[in-house]
Design a protein around this ligand. Sequence first.
Ligand SMILES: [Zn+2]
Length: 191
Amino acid sequence: MIITKLKIRLYGDPVLRQKSLPVKTVGPAERMLIPSMIETMYQHKGIGLAAPQIGISEQILVADIGEGPVVLINPQIIKKSGSDKMEEGCLSIPGIVVKITRPNKIVVRYINEYNEPVQREFGELFARVIQHEMDHLKGKLIIDYASLSQQIKIKKHLKAIEEGRLQDLPQTAPIRSRIKEELNKEKGVSA
Ligand SMILES: [Zn+2]
């Protein structure tokens, strides 16, 4: 199998604001793409990645919170409950975290990489990362949840990402192996 390392699209790239199209069926193109998405997620120490983040406007996301990778295609939330507030980062917006309140339990209907329909419940961090990636499929980003005062604070930072001046930005990179520690501190993770 050929696994290609894919380039992560950064804030300012129009593909991140597009609505992704549903996948009709998992074919050869998707079967090639999915392992590369998983590899790219690991390479960037993310716990999730959505297809628009590598420039593909299709409803595909991958996630791994330390229990092995899962692939969700055409995901739909059919039930949600509870609520949690947590800091989230995004591989497409390096250096920025936003506190986001989301349901902490969701039931999702999707098809997997084998074209099988699945209905599964996700909780806590898993629920969070899937909702984060599903936002990507709708063209929504973490900065859309920022308060007005935070939006003003991060304006220059976003401009630097947009203009490719990443070297000017402070370092950030939550590490997968730190997930548990991060969770205990109620800190965020990137996806
Ligand atoms: Zn993201």
